[in-house]
Design a binder for this molecule. Structure first.
Ligand SMILES: NC(=O)c1ccc[n+]([C@@H]2O[C@H](COP(=O)([O-])OP(=O)(O)OC[C@H]3O[C@@H](n4cnc5c(N)ncnc54)[C@H](O)[C@@H]3O)[C@@H](O)[C@H]2O)c1
Length: 303
């Protein structure tokens, strides 16, 4: 299969490509390298298109040339503090960029399956495991732009009947991080030799899933979902507090780490819980997450 991954040079995209390359797929990537890194992926230059998804003509030309059978749409601006600081740029990329891609898919005529990388940020604050049919009420411009992407993708499915999968990712962790999320932030401070680290809010809990588990789930969805339109949560189904994440680092290092709360890092609006109900995905595909937080952090420390 010819698979096009937008945002393929990014954090999650690079893990997904590694998994898909285990099967005999030919991978093409569209990425403007604003956040991604060409060195994260091993594909020939003629399969790498350094273009901006906001450029409608370039997108249409690329898709006509590639003639992909599967498209995974991961290109986006997603670091929430960046989106809040650059609301016009991020909504332009996340919404207009998605519209350009969908238009290009329609005009190239080869696509059979399309997957849109959405987010848990489409949900409001909910203090229990969240299932796909929970209320959608984004708290920020990022979640709002992704909800718009979901709606556009659903409308696209209604118009084209192309198999469409919406995957709401929870908090990813693993190698090749591109944004200063919690785990790479701790990793960086620890790798710099600090044993007193500065972090923002300490009590919120998050559902951390390793990118290789995410890649396996996406691969399983591509195998099992051959028609229709479906929405799936993609998380670990376990939530961990910031303190528990730091404890996982301590366990691997066998050293004590002190945490200092840094007021400049404290988010004004914060969810205390974010936990996925992944029963729909496991039922549909047979996939289950394998990598624990402790195992994932062990590989990060050793990398
Ligand atoms: N990392 C997470 O925890 C998480 C959680 C929920 C959803 N997501 C979603 O998963 C997807 C991948 O996220 P990620 O963590 O790998 O982020 P990332 O920033 O590492 O990857 C996004 C990629 O898109 C590229 N890109 C950005 N703007 C572009 C543009 N205008 N044109 C072309 N390419 C562009 C970047 O260069 C980057 O390689 C995103 O859609 C994101 O919203 C991620």
């Amino acid at each position: 299969m010819k698979i096009l991954v937008t945002g393929g040079a990014g954090f999650i995209g690079s893990a997904v490509i590694k998994k898909l390359q285990e099967s005999a797929h030919t991978i093409f990537v569209i990425d403007n390298l604003s956040f991604g890194n060409r060195a994260f992926i091993s594909i020939p230059d003629q399969q790498f298109y350094q273009i901006d998804i906001r450029d409608a003509d370039a997108m249409e030309t690329a898709l006509r040339e590639i003639q992909p059978e599967i498209v995974l749409h991961l290109a986006a601006i997603h670091f929430i503090p960046y989106c809040n600081q650059h609301p016009f740029e991020s909504s332009d990329i996340n919404i207009r960029g998605t519209m350009n891609l969908l238009k290009a898919i329609k005009s190239c005529g080869s696509v059979q399956q399309y997957l849109f990388a959405s987010t848990a940020a489409v949900y409001p604050i909910i203090d229990e495991a969240i299932s796909e049919d929970a209320e959608k009420k984004p708290m920020d411009i990022y979640g709002l732009s992704k909800l718009a992407g979901e709606e556009l993708s659903q409308k696209f499915h209604q118009e084209t009947n192309i198999t469409t999968i919406i995957c709401r990712f929870f908090n990813a962790f693993g190698p090749n991080e591109t944004n200063p999320h919690l785990i790479p932030e701790i990793q960086q401070q620890v790798n710099n030799g600090l044993r007193t680290i500065k972090l923002g809010n300490l009590t919120p809990k998050r559902d951390f899933i390793h990118t290789s588990d995410m890649a396996n789930a996406i691969d399983a969805l591509l195998t099992h979902m051959k028609q229709g339109f479906e929405i799936f949560n993609l998380g670990r189904g376990i939530e961990y507090s910031v303190t528990e994440v730091v404890q996982a680092f301590e366990a691997q290092l066998n050293q004590r780490i002190e945490i200092e709360s840094d007021p400049s890092r404290v988010r004004k609006v914060e969810r205390m819980h974010l936990l996925s109900d992944i029963s729909k995905l496991t039922r549909f595909t047979g996939w289950t997450p394998k990598i624990s937080l402790e195992q994932g952090i062990k590989t990060l420390i050793n990398s």
